[in-house]
Design a binder for this molecule. Sequence first.
Ligand SMILES: Nc1ncnc2c1ncn2[C@@H]1O[C@H](COP(=O)(O)OP(=O)(O)OP(=O)(O)O)[C@@H](O)[C@H]1O
Ligand SMILES: [Mg+2]
Length: 336
Amino acid sequence: MTLLSVQDLRVTFGTADGDVHAVKGVSFDVAAGETVAIVGESGSGKSVTANSLLRLNFGADVRTSGRILLEGRDVLAMSEDEVRAVRGRDVAMIFQDPLTALNPFYTVGRQIAEAYEVHHPGTSKKDLREIALDSLRKVGIPEPTKRVDQYPHEFSGGMRQRIVIAIALVNSPKILIADEPTTALDVTVQAQILELIAAMQQEHGSAVVLITHDLGVVAEITERVMVMYAGRVVESASVVDAFATPTHPYTRGLLKSVKSLDTGRHERLESIPGIPPSLIKLPSGCPFHPRCSFASSLGSRCSTEVPELRAVGSSSSACHLPNERLLDLLGGAHDR
Ligand SMILES: Nc1ncnc2c1ncn2[C@@H]1O[C@H](COP(=O)(O)OP(=O)(O)OP(=O)(O)O)[C@@H](O)[C@H]1O
Ligand SMILES: [Mg+2]
């Protein structure tokens, strides 16, 4: 069952330097209970896409078009009151930095209780406290009866992120959006938080949209991955296919820049040569062509024509290379 259907989403920010085309025609569906990842380098439009789902892109001149259908209702066409009712109840968000996501002046128990009360007015004080305690227990905070009355600064970074997750889940949202939920944390804590998100997802049956620039994180908990580059989806595939047979040169580049997961060896990371393009003045044709080692083999096509997303095997790829070549060349992304 499709829970969320994003159709031709475009977001442009008017700035003093010109229009920033942050998202340029992104479409995807998320089914109930599914876990989808959005990956891509910094500035590729991941957060702007995620924020759009709850109409949280702020700025003096934000232009958004397309449709964001949440169980058939277009979020972009809702009134402010309707969007407020959706935020935190149907769709909840976990942000990157657990410090800024929590209010330093309120106890964590109060913050969890308030997140619940907004959507369940009239709940008794006693019930709210039980709900806060129960939430802390579920996300693995030890000694919840003591911790519930403490303030955010009394918790470690990993524990704070657990509290942020508790707040996000208190209303059992249908969709949980996690925007780089682990980047601010050290590696062991990262793994625990990912496990927690996966466990919570199982328990609540929520769909998860996980945003990260780390393909290793994707492999841990997601089923499907969308790779973004310069505001577009350039590859959409199951996680298994994306790793075994990437169908876009950019995905191959990202894979090569991931530490060898299977061997655990400390290899030098190979980064993708070149820098991401300016979103104010994008290169002509395929936005990735100036950095792509295959572009020259196709003459001028890559620099003149924008490739559309099309089927390659069981994945979708926005690349001009013929299918056989894509699978041949890129399937070998793992020879290291
Ligand atoms: N409010 C805004 N006003 C102007 N430009 C913006 C605004 N928000 C985002 N942008 C620009 O839109 C582009 C996409 O930003 P976005 O935050 O979606 O990237 P991202 O893929 O999430 O990157 P990161 O991995 O660094 O979080 C960037 O160039 C960013 O500077
Ligand atoms: Mg971001």
